[in-house]
Design a protein around this ligand. Structure first.
Ligand code: AMP
Length: 430
């Protein structure tokens, strides 16, 4: 069977690499892919953009693709799964109506409230209904969110009501295009974040290994927010008791609620959770796809066949399969281009990939492309170096051994990915 992966990031490289290991799979196509998927064994890039829904349907038909897995949220929110279903093609991901969980924060907050799922107190406004006095009555810090898709940049945490008002007004003014037509303003929640990722077939739920990512650009979680500078799995903040709580209070009522609302959810569902110091697992956001960079360490730990799991979900028999996980921890460090997360410098040749390829672990590509016999930088997040180890510290050491082989002009990365888990490991040993 041929599998098609849609997207061009590190997540898609990891998904393609994993699917290519399936005994059921003859070839993995990636549309459009990157410099890493171009050289991965049994993987072939095809020049169709991830947002080109008719082009993807035509490609899947022409190549007789047996299973398509969508990486990024854009095509899901645009209805790619509905278009594939209408053409009689198997495509793993939520339909457009269910993908609103990521496509509209206003929809999600209202859904969470209606189904009694814990989340920060909030209000939703349009330019017409905006109430600056309400904002002035709230406690600070306070969080302002553009409701629609804003490439991870639509959330701003501010220390004063006046700043919140000005951020909301620039969102209404078109800073994020139509994504800012509605703005959610919510209470700031203290605590520790964790990513909780499951697969659902509309009714049954298969939980994936837990993970935690680092969104800030610089060490010690300082600097601006980014798409993610590294991630590790498992996340020690989600112990067995917290796992059960998140399933019971968040994931199960979400899947049940969506089915009850007539929009059953098939696909990966990613809950961004803030574990409050009192233990409450609050939903910060939902993503209707796998996380990036969480996918990279999680795929390194998945021992089973991802294609088999996606097939089972599409056939609504997820209750008949299970996922086995490597007991070791996995940790991924993102190597980013100069200037990231703003305008980045592109075109530099990446050195040391061959040397890194000889070491244990795996370097997944994201913003790279093949050029002149080498691989050059073509995007903000360029590579993700993943190590495995008997502890998060050991996985971190393996990941940084890969990082230290690689270089290009202006390369930047954090040196402390996993620090919270490593602090826990150290205090557990004492
Ligand atoms: P979101 O895209 O909604 O997950 O927000 C991006 C990031 O902003 C999250 O990963 C959190 O670090 C932070 N954040 C969002 N909402 C809140 C909140 N209510 N309280 C504290 N931090 C938040």
């Amino acid at each position: 069977m041929k599998v098609l992966i849609v997207g061009s990031g590190g997540r898609e490289h990891a998904l393609a690499w994993k699917c290519a290991q399936s005994p059921k799979v003859s070839e993995v196509l990636v549309a459009p892919g990157n410099g890493g998927t171009a050289i991965e064994p049994r993987v072939r890039n095809v020049n169709v953009a991830a947002e080109d829904v008719p082009g993807l349907v035509t490609l899947a038909k022409m190549e007789r693709v047996g299973l398509t897995i969508i990486g990024p949220e854009g095509p899901l929110v645009a209805g790619v799964v509905d278009a594939f279903a209408a053409a009689g093609l198997r495509c793993f991901g939520p339909r457009q109506a269910a993908a609103q969980l990521e496509g509209s924060k206003a929809f999600t907050k209202e859904f969470l409230k209606r189904h009694g799922i814990p989340t920060a107190a909030y209000a939703t406004f349009t330019r017409e209904t905006f109430d600056a006095d309400w904002v002035r009555q709230q406690r600070t810090p306070i969080v302002v969110k553009a409701s629609g898709l804003a490439a991870g940049k639509g959330v701003v945490i501010v220390d004063s009501a006046e700043e919140a008002i000005s951020v909301a007004q620039s969102m209404f003014g078109g800073q994020f295009g139509s994504a800012g037509d509605q703005v959610v303003i919510e209470e700031f929640l203290p605590g520790e974040e964790a990513s909780f990722i499951v697969m659902s077939d509309g009714k049954n739920i298969l939980t994936f290994a837990t993970s935690q990512d680092h969104k800030r650009l610089r060490d010690a979680d300082a600097g601006p927010n980014t798409g993610g500078m590294g991630a590790y799995s498992p996340a020690p903040v989600v112990d067995r008791a917290m796992h059960e709580r998140i399933m019971r209070e968040v994931i199960e009522p979400t899947i049940r609620g969506l089915a009850k609302d007539g929009t059953p959810y098939t696909g990966f569902l990613y809950a961004g959770i803030m574990v409050h110091p009192d233990g409450t697992p609050n939903v910060l956001e939902y993503n209707c796809r796998f996380g990036d960079p969480e996918t990279q360490p999680i795929m390194m730990r998945l021992k089973g066949d991802l294609v088999e799991l996606c097939d089972a979900a599409l056939d609504k028999r997820l209750d008949a399969v299970h996922a086995d996980w490597d007991d070791r921890a996995a940790l991924g460090v993102v190597l980013a281009a100069e200037g990231y997360p703003d305008t980045v410098r592109k075109g530099d040749v990446i050195k040391g990939l061959d040397a890194a390829g000889k070491l244990p672990g795996k370097v997944f590509h994201a913003g790279t492309k093949a050029a002149g016999g080498g691989v050059v930088v073509s995007g903000g997040r360029v590579l993700c170096a993943v190590g495995l180890g008997g502890s998060v510290s050991a996985a971190q050491a393996q990941a940084y051994a890969l990082v230290d082989k690689i270089s290009w002009a202006g390369m930047q990365c954090r040196r402390d990915i996993g620090f919270r888990a490593i602090e826990r490991e150290r205090s557990d040993k004492k």
